[in-house]
Design a binder for this molecule. Structure first.
Ligand SMILES: Nc1ncnc2c1ncn2[C@@H]1O[C@H](COP(=O)(O)OP(=O)(O)OP(=O)(O)O)[C@@H](O)[C@H]1O
Ligand SMILES: [Mg+2]
Length: 410
């Protein structure tokens, strides 16, 4: 019988903190066994701003997931996001040690180390080193160079960095909640593991995760992550606009948005009316649904226009035949795919977390894409040990200094 291994993902979102526990089988399947969520008050636009509040929410989410799963988890794959994240292209070149014998694993390590040695600003650290392709002598586009004969090996990589202080605050929060971080993972990269098929990432696709505080963009082409960007707006901005526009309290605005909101005005039947509770205990008002939509549409349009501008800044805007995959809670707004298709002129769909069994019903919402994706990411890393050791730099990689420093305190 296949031996199962317990894995856990922790999504630190602006509106909710979510822990998911899964069992990974040897053939790479993920069975969800526990889900826990807690409202998030200590995170703003993807970054921890209050450690006590974040730690308390992590503790609750993880304990709830553990109770459901009937297991304890020690360490969790944890998402990191925010405006401090940067993606940059780099390359490295080395001479192949034994050209006659072919390129070895050691050569690949050396070339990736060379590509990594870019000047990073002082207060940033490496989160991911993602090989894009190798060039052997003058032959480009090689995905797996080992064994190929050649004299000169060149690697093209995409490097994701983050601010050391932002990472420290994530470590502090998780550690204060009595847990350890197994590895920090870029949130939109994690989401894409849950919502994209290999065909889509191979063809070219944009994953747009509309959260509460930010909209995270990740572009994939020929199977690799090529470009990331963040727009500092999300569903919370829409809710604020509704609260102000309809003079209703924030929690009511949130509910009205979810129940009746539509970001595509032409889809709304203007004869339909909705009841809106007023601030300050004044009597509720009846307003046409079209009015609500006319508040929501411009804000969503702003988010999508910024998103499109970011995509156009990359070299991949014309290389996205698989279109746009919208995920995150903001994607659930009625009319969002239609609006994206109009603004972008590309096909769009909603990305739900996929590829899991067990309590799959409990995570059937785009708000769980990041947490579910962290489990898929965990499986891909541990299944492919060579990949992990070679590409993710082993123990000296991911936020190693910060991680070591914090784990010394446990
Ligand atoms: N049915 C719905 N219709 C419209 N918006 C929705 C719906 N459900 C959730 N949302 C919005 O989704 C947002 C939360 O999404 P999500 O849980 O993905 O964010 P998060 O991960 O906490 O935040 P972030 O990723 O920005 O840190 C909220 O702004 C909420 O209003
Ligand atoms: Mg999120």
């Amino acid at each position: 019988m296949a031996k199962e291994r317990i894995i856990a993902g922790l999504d630190l979102g602006t509106t909710k903190i979510c822990a998911i526990i899964g069992e990974a089988t040897v053939n790479g399947e993920v069975r969800i066994v526990g889900v826990g969520t807690a409202a998030s008050y200590g995170i703003r636009t993807g970054m921890v701003v209050n450690i006590d509040q974040t730690a308390a929410a992590i503790r609750k989410a993880v304990e709830d997931a553990e109770r459901m799963a009937g297991v304890k988890v020690g360490s969790l794959y944890t998402g990191i996001a925010g405006g401090h994240i940067r993606g940059l292209d780099s390359r490295g070149v080395v001479a192949v040690s034994h050209p006659d014998k072919g390129i070895t694993d050691a050569d690949v390590r050396r070339v990736l180390d060379a590509a990594k040695a870019v000047t990073m600003p002082k207060d940033t650290e490496l989160i991911h080193l993602l090989p894009q392709g190798f060039i052997v002598d003058d032959q480009p586009g090689i995905k797996e160079p080992i064994g190929i004969s050649g004299v000169r090996l060149e690697a093209e990589v995409y490097i994701i960095t983050g601010a050391v202080t932002a990472a420290q605050n994530v470590y502090k929060s998780v550690n204060q909640a009595g847990r350890r971080i197994k590895e920090l993972v870029l949130q939109p990269l994690a989401s894409s593991y849950a919502v994209c098929s290999p065909d889509e990432t191979e063809l070219g696709v944009a994953v747009v995760d509309i959260g509460g505080g930010t909209t995270d963009i990740a572009l994939f082409f020929e199977g690799a992550l090529r470009y990331i960007a963040v727009v500092g707006l999300g569903g919370r901005n829409v809710t604020n606009d509704v609260a102000i526009g309809l003079s209703t309290p924030l929690d009511q605005a949130e509910q009205i948005k979810k129940e009746h909101g539509c970001s595509f005005l032409s889809m709304v039947d203007d004869k339909e009316k909705i009841q809106v509770p007023m601030v300050g205990g004044r009597p509720p008002k009846e307003v046409p649904k079209g009015l609500l939509s006319s508040i929501i549409q411009p804000r969503m349009e702003e988010i999508f226009n910024f998103t499109l501008r970011e995509i156009r800044r990359s070299d991949y805007a014309e290389l996205l035949p698989a279109g746009i995959i919208l995920t995150g809670g903001g994607a659930m707004l009625e009319g969002s795919t239609q609006q994206v298709e109009q603004v972008f002129g590309m096909p769009a769909k909603i990305g739900m977390p996929q590829g899991v069994t067990g309590l799959a019903d409990a995570i059937q919402s785009p708000i769980y894409s990041t947490a579910v994706g962290l489990l898929h990411y965990s499986v891909s890393r541990t299944d492919d040990k060579i990949q992990r050791d070679r590409y993710q730099l082993g123990p000296s990689g991911t936020f190693s200094k910060v991680k070591q420093w914090f784990n010394n305190f446990l």
